[in-house]
Design a protein around this ligand. Sequence first.
Ligand code: GUN
Ligand code: ZN
Length: 445
Amino acid sequence: PRPTMRVLRGPLVRFLDDPGEDDQPAPGSLSYLQDGALWLEDGRVRAVGSYQDISPQLPAGIEVVDYTGKLMMPGFIDSHVHYVQLDILASYGRQLLDWLNDYTFPEECRFAQRAHADAVAEAFLDEQLRAGTTTAQVFCSSHPQSVDAFFTAAQRRGLRMLAGKVLMDRNAPAALTDTVTSGVADSERLIADWHGKDRLGYSLTPRFAPTSTAAQLEATGAILRAAPDLHLQTHLAENAGEIAWVAELFPEERDYLGVYERYGLVGPTSTFAHGIHLDQAMRERLAGAGANIAFCPTSNLFLGSGLFDRLGCREVGLATSLASDVGGGTDLCGFATLKAAYQVGQLLGQPLTAWQGFYRLTLGNARALHLDRHIGALQPGQEADIVVLDPAATPLLARRTARIGKTANLESSSLGELLFALMMLGDDRSVFATWAGGECLHSRE
Ligand code: GUN
Ligand code: ZN
């Protein structure tokens, strides 16, 4: 057998569709194999099924990696995160605008130095892989070299990543601001160098309405119109002070979302982080454009921004994704995001089932980002990004999950209990291994 061919054997859970909000997953939305097999070849899934069905087809001598007693899933996806904020995680900072001025902007100034950007990009990707995250949509800083550093590190590891240079031509320190002309030129150069190379894609990144002039937003919309396969990421309606500031800066627009609509920034590949303070009519406008909102629960709680109404979005068909928003968020790990999302949901009377939670971290986020052709469900032909969870990673988890049953012979109801326990108690210790592009990039063994 070719050296790039191998089989991962063990319990395997993946979503084929949205499981819905009920206690039990919608029929046909979930695939669970007690003794599953993922046959990998050249970075992709060649076949997936029960080990019994797959094993007769396997060439003699193929490497079999045995994950019996663990739980395999598609790699986690983080739809909104700032790699340049890794080193200001957990900076005591009151609310958004003070936190930006006191910690975030000074930190981002360091990314003028390529060597600093290189070092942080490597550390960030190490941490993401330790947390089971194999794909993310990433804010860099306003320095184009911060994007080169990130994409270089991601490409070397064979990861699927979206990222972009922050566009910001006002209301920030001079060391961080670009101009309409330089912002366009730098973005276009980065798109030419990186977009569509290997597994990388470019996301246009106007930081948020207060830090761009109308002319910069207009120029960004023009790039997107000319190349609709690009992504776009920004922030929307996170915080009361921010919203009041946007109303002052753009008095002619009907609301915050209207600013982005005016310049053609609201489309199917657009991700708006937060979107907490929106009414149903604004949610309908976003849904109509096919955009998605990145729900960032650890950030929303840390910065005191508010409680995100997930079901209000669902009601009007507005896609939501899940995200860490590090460094406003407090944890890169998807389990922490799920735990906080559950707690926010409890306060709003809309608790998050484990089915819905793990669907969002995997196929749901892939769909929201229009990456589900490539990732999110481990279908044959798709890219082999896999997280291997250890339900007995710590003595406490081992006690808790022993109560539920052995992963090797779970019923659907106990699988739901196991996933929920992981969602509440899991952390990077529960990530036993992370595979991306058919290679093992992190292992606790
Ligand atoms: N709004 C504008 N910039 C930022 C940022 O860096 N983090 C968060 N959470 N919100 C923002
Ligand atoms: Zn953010």
